[in-house]
Ligand binder design. Sequence first.
Ligand SMILES: [Zn+2]
Length: 466
Amino acid sequence: MSNIEHGTAECRRRLWSFDIRISLFDIRPVLTPMGVDPGPPNPLCAVRPKGKPERSSPSEEFLPVDLFVAPWVIPMAGPPIERGALAASQGRIRAVGPASLLARDFPEARRVELDGCALLPALVNAHAHLELTLLGSSEARGDFAGWVLDLVRRKRTAAPAIYPKGIQEGARLCATRGQGVVGDILTAPEAAADYPAAGPQILVFPEVIAPQESAVRGALERAASAKPRPGGRASVAGLSPHAPYTVCAAGYQACFAEAVRTEGLLVTHVAESPEELEFCLHGRGALVDRVYAGLNAAPPPPPKTHPFEWLDGLGVIGRRTILVHAVALRPRHVERIAGLGAGVVLCPRSNRHLGVGRAPGRAFLDAGVSVALGTDSVLSSGDLDLWKDLVCSVEDYGWRPQEALRAATIGGARVLGLGGEVGAFAPGRRADILAASLGAGRDLYEGILAESRPVGLWIEGAEFSL
Ligand SMILES: [Zn+2]
């Protein structure tokens, strides 16, 4: 049993015994391999059988409880509950079920009535670049190489203070749109101490760019210098070798080895654009002629194969790997990802803006791949509003609204290794609760997306002012 698996089993044991001593700010004990959801299979099991209280420990009897009551509660790991409720205490969920039952079980609870709302787990934005939030908006619509060049030039001329300010503003914007967890790529390790002390949990993935083997060691040392403040809401959760057109084989393998050593995750952009494919397959195209030539820099040796197949051949795709974008894939690649147990983060609005095509969103779900949604950066998506990516995923992938909401909650949690902690309502999980306005629609989920409007957010049971 690996340490991760051991940690998961221990975590599960503790949750079920309600002996919760997990540090809320250290993600390692709760990181779980992709697709493994150690929580209970159905949150309705939290509803006690009639007449027999399911109390955990004598001491818990006396803890203050908040009882959130709404026309609908959507646990994500089970069917929606009409006129439902959720009981939370000490930042954790105690029970989920019909409001009438929970009101009887927790008669002393402080009631939080949320009329006209559905309660669902706070959203998980599985891929963002918060540090870029204040770098402006890119006009390079539909021009991937032009966008990359523009981004690098902006970063080269930006004042250093723009990164910490961007991180703080980006985290705030994510929370105002109902996000309880953000997976964040960080290229400015010196800004890591500036993640806000309150708000969403932020899993930080320091970025590694190393086109040549000679640059690998320095890039890894720089990534390792990213140190979020202990006790804050951010923690390093792995590494992010940027993409097959900016990282050489030795760079990917070194990052993967480091991720294994630290029991972290490996996040990489892959198969994002036709330009990336042309570079990887033939060593030519706009990334060489415009980006590398424009920057007067040397590209990495081209793999001369499809970027996904190249990474697969390097042995760096597995259960701790997260593939971001994953647009230019063939059906056999999707099947292979499912077999390897890797997670995928789709960023539909970013893909639209850059004109790179549509990811095979339907095929991923059909193959059983763990799929999450991410906003990517303000520079490619215009803002950090994951609701717009939910709507876009319905339009571009043919997903049902329910599938989009799953990807943005329980899917994101699983991909980021937090499947036992967030993304679904079940006893022992974190009380990260989103109250979303209910609009008109053919079903409950369509009604939620029609409004796309968070009206309340509680992170670990504490209300966050939207
Ligand atoms: Zn990205």
